[in-house]
Write a protein that binds this ligand. Structure first.
Ligand SMILES: Cc1cc2nc3c(=O)[nH]c(=O)nc-3n(C[C@H](O)[C@H](O)[C@H](O)COP(=O)(O)OP(=O)(O)OC[C@H]3O[C@@H](n4cnc5c(N)ncnc54)[C@H](O)[C@@H]3O)c2cc1C
Length: 310
């Protein structure tokens, strides 16, 4: 728990980020979790995964921007990749995931408006390309704003997906609100460092909360997206699908690129819809820190690659 907290605090440190991300050869460990840096890398990885029977959600790496030009650049990157996916005939099985903080949510004064406009432009590009967008969920200070922007996006693009984090006390209520027909909801445990005032701290409590939330979503009329690598939760999701008479494809499993790939293959081979979350781009620091916090072995891998390249 202490390692997790310390690591997640590092995610916000610009000086650590600059020192580590400029280390030579560090890209080796990053490529286990990300598709690469360029649009070509993203399209190639998407095509490979679709060939193997997976659906994909692409995430252009970056978050917490306080620079308007950077927010607009990220918006452009999403619009560009959606056109590339459409040209390559890949949008039937691929959507995009977006962090609102990457398109301006944290900008002072009018961050909410700027990020709404940018997300709206990406939703329009996704619809034009024949696919959808899911809004990632970031730390709890952004939850209300993100759910508010989701409502605005859904007014024009009702298929826009939401993410809810089981570790937040509020999430059972949010699941009830969002378990309606046409609503796509990705349920994850939650990856940020949150205080006891808003979130369960104990892993067992987070797991129990996940099950309560999953029960609401699987019993509801929406489209649940079960984002977890936890074998017990995956089994429980399967049992709930049977209990609620849900056919395969009326819900889906989601896992991160590079995490439990054999389990991803097993679920796809069983005929389940299995979507892989694929990040790409060069701004990988925050994403990688969260992956290390989830699994200490990833930290060891990372440190090894640093020491072998310095
Ligand atoms: C598709 C997807 C989208 C997500 N989107 C968001 C989001 O928008 N907001 C948010 O806060 N969080 C998001 N997350 C992250 C999530 O909140 C968890 O931090 C992460 O999934 C780990 O939780 P777990 O359910 O896999 O369970 P855990 O109990 O953490 O892990 C279960 C098992 O899975 C394996 N495992 C888990 N993580 C890793 C890893 N990083 N490397 C190697 N093995 C691992 C291990 O074997 C572990 O024992 C997302 C996760 C997924 C899969």
């Amino acid at each position: 728990m202490i390692v997790r907290g310390t690591l997640l605090s590092l995610a916000a440190s610009e000086s650590v980020k600059n020192a580590v991300t400029s280390a030579p050869g560090i890209g080796g460990v990053v490529t286990r979790f990300a598709a690469g840096e360029s649009d070509d890398d993203a399209v190639r990885a998407t095509s490979d995964l679709q060939d193997q029977g997976f659906a994909v959600t692409l995430d252009y790496l970056g978050e917490d921007t306080l620079d308007r030009a950077q927010a607009d650049q990220t918006t452009g990157a999403y619009i560009r990749i959606l056109a590339r996916l459409a040209d390559a005939g890949l949008t039937a099985g691929t959507e995009v995931s977006l962090k609102l903080s990457a398109v301006g949510q944290a900008l002072p004064d009018d961050g909410a408006e700027i990020s709404t406009d940018n997300a709206m432009a990406i939703c329009a590009a996704a619809a034009e390309a024949g696919t959808t967008l899911t809004l990632d969920m970031e730390d709890h200070t952004t939850t209300d704003s993100t759910l508010g922007i989701l409502r605005e996006l859904r007014a024009d693009f009702p298929q826009t997906g939401a993410v809810l984090q089981a570790y937040l006390y509020r999430t059972e209520a949010d699941c009830r609100d969002l378990a309606h027909a046409g609503s796509r909801v990705r349920l994850c445990k939650g990856a940020y460092k949150e205080p006891p005032a808003v979130a369960f701290q104990d892993k067992a409590d987070v797991d129990k909360a996940y099950v309560r939330c999953l029960k609401i979503l699987m019993a509801g009329e929406g489209y649940p997206m079960i984002a977890s690598h936890d074998p017990r939760l995956i089994d429980i999701a399967g049992a709930l699908a049977v209990r609620h008479d849900r056919a395969k494809g009326t819900y889906e499993y989601q896992m991160l690129h590079g995490v439990r790939p054999d389990e991803q293959k097993r679920l796809a081979a069983d005929g389940e819809k299995m979507r892989v979350y694929v990040p790409y781009g060069d701004d990988w620091w925050g994403y990688m820190v969260r992956r290390m916090a989830e699994k200490p072995a990833n930290l060891a891998l990372f440190l090894k690659s640093l020491s072998s390249t310095s």
